[in-house]
Design a protein around this ligand. Structure first.
Ligand SMILES: Cc1cc2nc3c(=O)[nH]c(=O)nc-3n(C[C@H](O)[C@H](O)[C@H](O)COP(=O)(O)OP(=O)(O)OC[C@H]3O[C@@H](n4cnc5c(N)ncnc54)[C@H](O)[C@@H]3O)c2cc1C
Length: 482
């Protein structure tokens, strides 16, 4: 039997994971011959961990992904320049070409630069002092300039901007976040939550200009605002959002909206061409997170290898966590309903706020199920509420107690004891690792985080489950269950 030729464009998180999954289903390359072309020169790395590198808690060598590239024809440091769908061939920047039977676009997203004078040189490259925050190289450039006492402007108060700001403030930089909208993190939290989060971050030394429009950056000096204000910044980190990398797909005549349009089989409008990760647009998922990228890689690998030709991608319920030291924030689902508004029958919105201690909780329920939540400074409540969100089981009658982490007796509270977690509790969302799998890995001898990561992949995505995995291992060590 001739192996099917699968060509993957992009060796980022989705592309590398797909190659690993293809080899997991087909270890000796009998069914699929895999070629991956990536324009970054490095081995695949975990982009999510770059926030930790910026904060100084990880070094760049620690972000390498653990996917296998055995029996994969890897072409790194070289871009695909065009796709010829009639010939079923991709052309590379070195004038070579690779033929495919199935093509996968995993080209990710690129940072979006707002229309601000002075960000680019006349040659279209970033001006001196300006950096995006997407790649290993961006991260290394920012770290090189981030000396204590250096004024830094972060343009954009979304998740990545705030993670960058917290990391740089932790390095002793004088950080100001400039955000165009009315409150920071406006996609993930409501105005009250954004206001409180801002206070928490201000206490950690970060300054904010919200509702501010940047008009001009002067290298080495700072950012001029539309209201006439000036924010000093020897370094400017632009974190104003990303745009799906769809250039190749558009040029090849594939259907593109915000991203490359795909169906539940992750097929584009050409059944031989697929798209996954940040470049793809699926009806039920917002791109931009690693969990959908990994879920999509798993579904597509099952289809392409024939392990499960009927596998379908049905969307990924998103939980976002801010990875910033001393700040505990989780947000999930629909969070923008106004607690004081009129809601349809069955919908409840409950809020608690403790401004002095920087705690805020919002719970949105539909028919007793969690459909949205914001949890700032409430880690025990967050642990329980995420479980209710994932399992879609009805919450207890004491809603307020749930928001305070007190509605469940201690032995049932996930926040207080891992013993209370059901076996099917999702611990590592990025890799869909349930508690039962961690327990099994422990029983097979995995006794520390690296061993758990090798056995189950837990902690190798966004790594926000690291503490829970550690708690589970500590609980297992103390209980020694049969
Ligand atoms: C600092 C940071 C922190 C993040 N934190 C989180 C988090 O906590 N949780 C979370 O869920 N997500 C997080 N994300 C988002 C997450 O990293 C992305 O969702 C994920 O990387 C998407 O994977 P991808 O493979 O689609 O894209 P990418 O990882 O960007 O990979 C795409 C690759 O394709 C390459 N490429 C593009 N065009 C071509 C071409 N023509 N030829 C060859 N190669 C090409 C690109 O250079 C790149 O290497 C974070 C991102 C960043 C930058």
């Amino acid at each position: 039997m001739t192996a099917r030729r699968v060509v993957v464009i992009g060796h980022g998180m989705a592309g590398a994971r797909l190659a690993g999954e293809l080899r997991r289903h087909d270890p000796v390359a009998e069914r699929v011959a895999v070629t991956v072309v990536g324009d970054e020169p490095h081995a695949a790395y975990n982009r999510v961990l770059l926030s930790g590198v910026l904060a100084g808690s990880l070094d760049l060598d620690a972000v390498r992904m653990q996917e296998t590239d055995q029996r994969v024809d890897l072409r790194l440091g070289i871009a695909v320049t065009s796709v010829d769908r009639n010939e079923r061939r991709v052309r590379l920047a070195d004038d070579t070409a690779v033929d495919y039977d199935a093509l996968v676009l995993a080209t990710g997203a690129r940072p979006w630069l707002p229309d601000v004078d002075g960000l680019l040189t006349e040659h279209g490259t970033l001006a001196a002092g300006v950096s995006a925050f997407r790649s290993r190289d961006d991260c290394a450039r920012i770290v090189a300039g981030a000396r204590p006492g250096v004024p830094v402007v972060v343009l954009g108060g979304g998740l990545l901007g705030l993670e960058a700001a917290r990391g740089l403030a932790g390095r002793g930089c004088l950080v100001t976040v400039v955000h165009p909208n009315g409150h920071i993190l406006d996609r993930q939290v409501d105005p009250a939550g954004g206001h409180l989060l801002r206070r928490v971050l201000e206490r950690l030394g970060i300054e904010f200009r919200v509702g501010a429009t940047a008009v001009r950056y002067l290298s080495g000096d700072g950012l001029k605002l539309a209201d006439g204000g000036h924010v000093p910044g020897e370094l400017l980190v632009v974190s104003a959002g990303v745009r799906a990398e769809t250039g190749l797909a558009r040029a090849a005549g594939l259907a593109v909206d915000r991203g490359v349009l795909v169906d539940d089989a992750l097929r584009t409008n050409d059944p031989r061409v697929h798209a996954i990760g940040d470049c793809a647009q699926h009806a039920s998922t917002d791109a931009g997170l690693v969990q959908p990228a990994f879920d999509q890689a798993a579904v597509l690998a099952a289809r392409l290898t024939g392990a499960d030709p009927a596998a379908r991608y049905r969307g990924t319920p998103a939980v976002t966590r801010l990875k910033a030291r001393d700040v505990d924030l989780a947000s999930m689902g629909d969070v923008h309903l106004d607690p004081a508004g009129d809601h349809p029958p069955g919908v409840e919105v409950i809020c608690v706020q403790d401004s002095t201690r920087g705690r805020y909780g919002k719970l949105v329920l539909r028919d007793d199920r969690v459909v949205g939540a914001i949890l700032l400074g409430l880690p025990d409540a967050a642990a329980n509420i995420i479980q209710f969100f994932d399992s879609q089981t009805p919450v207890p009658g004491d809603r307020l107690g749930l928001l305070l982490g007190r509605a469940l007796p201690a032995e049932q509270s996930v926040g207080s004891s891992p013993a209370a977690l059901p076996d099917n509790a999702l611990i590592c969302r990025c890799n869909t690792v349930e508690k039962a799998r961690l327990v099994a890995a422990w029983q097979d001898g995995a006794r520390d985080i690296p061993a758990m990561a090798t056995a189950t992949r837990a902690t190798t995505g966004c790594s926000s489950c690291r503490n829970t995995v550690t708690d589970i291992m500590n609980w297992l060590a103390s209980e020694q269950p049969a």
